[in-house]
Design a binder for this molecule. Structure first.
Ligand code: SAH
Length: 671
């Protein structure tokens, strides 16, 4: 079977559909999956095990046989825990075929073949009866179907169905209950991910302020969840306006309703301020008595020593439709609305409370288009006054009163900035004022009539393109520049004039876990899973860098940052590959988990912006990263070896090649 996979082509900036083997999807999914992260989550695993043991014990004490239904068994881990705890039989349901196959192998290897039946189906397809997948309904229901938002992976409909058709009334459930917590805050930093702030431009004839249109001001944004590692957000970026409040709970041992509903709580602000954001997380009680609790609460709610790092469950940031002033001590009502898969919030003043009919049923829909064009980090980037200032300075250097400018970048404000700085003629390819003409044509299809027969004297780009995944995918700017060459004057100014790729060897505080083998988990041999992930990573020998926003994932630099390749935008893209080889010295002791790669853009002489490292902040090598961009992370396959490096300084050698035909960067590292 063949499948079509969407992929951004960095040489055309377009999404393309590529025909791939059926295996391709599987390998991608497994290689980038969260299974390793879950298996490394000791806190989660031990609490599930305690909860499962207690549930099996309670059923046995009632004199019943313990029949387990484990929905979404993955590696089979929770079923193996149940079997070890004395369950009589387990039905382990897994919809993803490669995982179901792995579960069969893992169950067998650990000697549970007679106790666990793996069923490769979606739970809603499972049948019960003498000829069914399950002989009878189960009396213990175990699942781990939660995402950061709790319900985003379909836990509610799955539970609803399971209670109707697959488990007995009065069954034990592990987890027994989930509770969602909220806290109302003001945070300029997070609010800047959702609204465009006024942009101040220092022009020669005084300060200009660019404001967003009112439809954008009042737009509720998009419903997609914003999940982040909230523990990396310094408390100085958050003003807490309310205590932590329990928003709602779901009891998984009773029939669950997935239909849309709402929950409302009264909050008493502990501080006056602008309510902008609802921070939210959940916990799960593994038993009915709440003695085995696994929580996602951030650092200011629980002691840092109790924090378990995990990437598969983080915390949620919900943006209120508008900022709302609240006064200390004056109650407000917070409403959480949910459908089957998602949540959104609304804040009302106490006096409006009587209006019971006024509940939100509609999830937020972007009306201004901006939230569809710019994702949250992009909003943050456009709101970064420092960054804007660099572009303004650079534009002022290159713009002349008679400049004819072309901007190539997605959803860029550069034309507006340039206009305020006095550029007379401005063209903008891809996506105000009669001085800016938006050309809806791809760069290679640009004609002189689009440009009113003028030649471009200044070509600008941030560069930023929405289809870019890895830092160097924005080199599409270079390809576009090459495509429009015939429309440029012979002495055209290109901004940025060049870009460079930078690289640094790092030790991650935690991120290494997501790609590190587990071996055994709670005493169960899960090496089959490790092998499967390794096999998928090596599929077509295409070990690639992956994008991660490193402000959320602390790391320590082990080498100096190194410039490895440069790209001269004043010239066209060359035919041949750009490659480099070299070595970096390791300056600090530590485990070399991988290399981080990022781009720097040289806007004009002496003005550069970095999409990666901002600075190495202390002598221990802790790093500060650009908070709006994802960096490229290349995980080394042999981290263990580097741990045993006794004599240091030692070196890491690299070979990096930018393939100008594909726009991709291939790399190899040797420790
Ligand atoms: N139980 C394992 C894996 C949890 S990940 C552990 O705790 O380590 C969740 C798994 O559930 C995924 O493998 C996903 O494919 C599967 N899944 C989600 N919903 C499902 C459903 N309704 N029926 C069957 N499998 C499901």
């Amino acid at each position: 079977m063949k499948t079509f996979c969407g992929r951004a082509n960095p040489t055309t900036g377009a999404m393309e559909w590529i025909e791939e083997d059926e295996d391709y999807d599987y390998h991608q999914e497994i290689a980038r999956s969260r299974y390793a992260d879950m298996l490394h989550d000791k806190d989660r695993n031990t609490k599930y095990y305690q909860g499962i043991r207690a549930a099996v014990r309670r059923v046995k004490e009632r004199g019943e046989k313990a029949i387990v239904l484990d929905i979404g068994t993955g590696t089979g881990l929770l079923s193996m825990m149940a079997a070890s705890a004395g369950a009589d039989f387990c039905y382990a349901v897994e919809v993803f075929k490669p995982m179901a196959n792995a579960a069969v192998k893992i169950v067998e290897k650990n000697g549970f073949r007679d106790k666990i039946k793996v069923i490769n189906k979606h739970s809603t397809e499972v049948t019960v009866g003498p000829d069914g997948d399950m002989q009878c309904r189960a009396n213990i229901l175990i699942t781990e179907l939660f995402d950061t938002e709790l319900i985003g992976e379909g836990a509610l409909p799955t539970y609803e169905h399971a209670h109707k058709y697959l488990v007995q009334e009065g069954c034990e459930a592990v987890p027994h209950r989930a509770t969602v917590y909220v806290q109302l805050v003001e945070s300029k930093r997070m609010w800047s991910w959702n609204k465009l702030f006024p942009i101040h431009v220092e022009a020669e004839d005084g300060e200009k302020i660019i404001v967003s249109p009112s439809e954008m001001e009042n737009c509720p944004g998009v419903p997609s969840v914003c999940d982040i590692q909230l523990n990396q957000m310094p408390s100085s970026d958050i003003t807490v306006l309310s205590d932590v409040v329990r928003m709602f709970s779901v009891d998984f041992s009773k029939p669950v309703r997935s239909a849309s509903t709402y929950y409302r709580v009264q909050l008493e602000p502990i501080k006056s301020g602008e309510a902008q954001i609802v921070l939210s997380w959940w916990d799960i009680d593994m038993d009915p008595f709440g003695t085995i609790n696994c929580t996602m609460a951030p650092y200011w709610v629980k002691s840092t020593s109790a924090l378990q790092w995990r990437d598969h469950w983080m915390q949620c940031v919900y943006f209120l439709p508008n900022e709302e002033p609240v006064v200390q001590g004056e109650p407000v009502y917070l409403t959480a609305c949910r459908d089957e898969y998602s949540l959104w919030y609304k804040l009302q003043k106490a006096r409006e409370e009587e209006n019971k009919a006024d509940v939100c049923v509609e999830s937020p829909v972007c009306r201004c288009q901006a939230h569809l064009l710019w994702n949250r980090p992009r909003f943050g980037e456009l709101n970064d006054q420092n960054r804007t200032h660099q572009y303004v300075r650079a534009l002022m250097k290159v713009l002349e009163t008679d400049s004819v400018c072309l901007c190539i970048s997605d959803g860029s404000l550069l034309p507006v900035l340039a206009h305020y700085l006095g550029a007379k003629q401005f063209f903008k390819a891809n996506n105000l004022e009669d001085k800016i003409k938006i050309i809806e044509a791809r760069p290679e299809l640009l004609t002189s009539s689009h440009l009113e027969d003028k030649k471009i004297s200044v070509l600008v780009g941030e560069p930023f393109f929405t289809t870019s995944l890895l830092p160097w995918h924005n080199l599409y700017f270079w390809y576009a520049r090459t495509a429009v060459t015939s429309h440029l004057t012979s002495d055209v100014t290109v901004l940025p004039q060049s870009a460079s790729l930078h690289m640094m060897i790092v030790e991650f505080q935690d991120l290494w876990r997501i790609r590190s083998p587990c071996g055994t988990c709670e005493g169960f041999d899960v090496q089959t899973m490790d092998d499967m992930i390794k096999n998928s990573l090596n599929f077509r020998e295409s070990k690639e860098a992956e994008p991660h926003p490193l402000w959320e994932y602390p790391c320590k630099s082990l080498s100096d940052p190194q410039e490895v390749l440069t790209f001269d935008f004043r010239k066209t893209v060359p035919q041949h590959c750009l490659s480099t080889e070299g070595s970096v010295n390791l300056l600090r002791k530590g485990t070399s988990h991988g290399a981080v790669l990022w781009m720097e853009y040289h806007l004009a002489a002496d003005i550069s912006v970095s999409t990666g490292l901002v600075q190495i902040s202390d002598e221990k090598g802790n790093c500060e990263w650009n908070p709006h961009c994802k960096q490229g992370v290349y995980f080394f396959s042999s981290v263990i070896e580097s741990e045993s490096l006794s004599a240091f300084p030692s070196t890491v050698t690299y070979a990096i090649c930018f393939d100008t035909k594909t726009g991709e960067i291939a790399m190899e590292f040797k420790l």
